[in-house]
Ligand binder design. Structure first.
Ligand code: G3I
Length: 303
């Protein structure tokens, strides 16, 4: 196959990208995105501050631009993200306790109802675990509403749209030896044991000098999958753009049947949140395929 999406489809997987609504008028950008990717994540437009800028006043204008572009071009959509300590609107940042808990529930219901039946998988909860060696939860206004906030979010999400896969999504849970990875693993195992609805784990997989790709990544993917959840690589970028590392990541996903797809966090280097000078993506700033692109395509085609 000659595109990332078609190559991934050969093994029943998808290959996606994060898309920004503000770039849908850039024809070089949309040409590449339409040709290469079959799963779309809104980079910012379905986040809490975008979809509920004022309490209980929902705004789906930017999210719908991305959703409609994707579906009109035959693509599926990952939803990102419903409950997160970051990119909360000011009204939510100022809340605490039971009123915040109820606002979170209302937000999940409002957004999932708008997109009901239309989303492949939702990142229901994003980045709820702490960095460092604790393996515990991140302190946040949501965490301070009670340790059960994550399972409440997942139960709310299941009821709101039973057709969407429900994911827990985080960064720095790629390395199996890290405490944060083990913390999330223990939560997912607990959820599966107690019947809390969860279908997938998203490994963001932002690789850089401080959190480099490690060959135990395949063990991480296998271990989560063995709990009975799908694994998706949800926000892949690799600072420096090593073609070898990109191939390793793809091969590790391909080695695990329940690793169902890979999403890169942007199209061209110039679109990346990291800045083009870090060369993190598969296309350069002129839209040319990089060596990393070829190594990803070849790995997918070899599966
Ligand atoms: O659109 C406004 C613009 O109007 C304003 O003038 C400008 C001034 O700061 O800000 C613009 O918004 C920025 C937005 O990106 C769109 O470019 C925000 O400030 C900026 O914070 C926001 O950054 C996003 C970041 O999440 C926020 O947390 C990045 O684009 C996005 O790539 C990044 O994505 C996250 C995932 O959601 C979760 N995992 C990590 C990943 C990378 O940080």
């Amino acid at each position: 196959a000659s595109t990332l999406a078609a190559a991934a489809q050969q093994s029943g997987r998808y290959f996606g990208a994060a898309i920004a609504a503000g770039k849908l008028g850039d024809s070089q950008y949309t040409t590449i995105a339409n040709r290469e990717f079959d799963m779309i994540t809104a980079e910012n437009e379905m986040k809490i501050n975008a979809t509920e800028p004022n309490q209980n006043q929902f705004n789906f204008s930017s999210g719908d631009r991305i959703y409609n572009w994707a579906v009109q071009n035959g693509k599926r959509v990952r939803g990102h993200t419903l409950a997160w300590h970051s990119q909360q609107p000011g009204w939510m940042e100022a809340m605490s306790g039971n009123s915040l808990r109820q606002a979170m529930i209302n937000h999940i219901n409002g957004v999932m109802n708008h997109y009901k039946g239309k989303i492949y998988a939702w990142d229901v909860v994003n980045e709820a675990f702490a960095d460092g060696n604790s393996g515990g939860r991140r302190d946040s206004n949501l965490q301070r509403t009670g340790n059960d906030w994550i399972e409440v979010a997942f139960r709310t999400a299941r009821a709101a749209d039973p057709s969407a896969k429900l994911c827990y999504n985080d960064y720095n849970i790629d390395n199996w030896s890290w405490a944060k990875t083990q913390g999330v693993y223990n939560m997912v195992r607990d959820f599966k044991q107690r019947g809390v609805p969860i279908d997938c784990v998203g490994l963001q997989s932002h690789f850089n000098g401080n959190s480099p790709y490690n060959s135990n990544y395949r063990t991480t993917i296998q271990s989560f999958a063995a709990l009975g959840v799908d694994v998706q690589i949800t926000e892949l970028d690799i600072q420096g753009g090593s073609a070898t590392t990109y191939a390793n990541v793809v091969n590790d996903c391909l080695a695990v049947p329940r690793c169902t797809g890979i999403t890169v966090w942007g199209v061209r280097d110039s679109d990346s949140w990291l800045g083009a000078n870090t060369s993190p993506l598969l296309f350069d700033g002129n839209g040319n395929k990089k060596a990393a692109y070829t190594s990803v395509l070849n790995a997918l085609n070899a599966a």
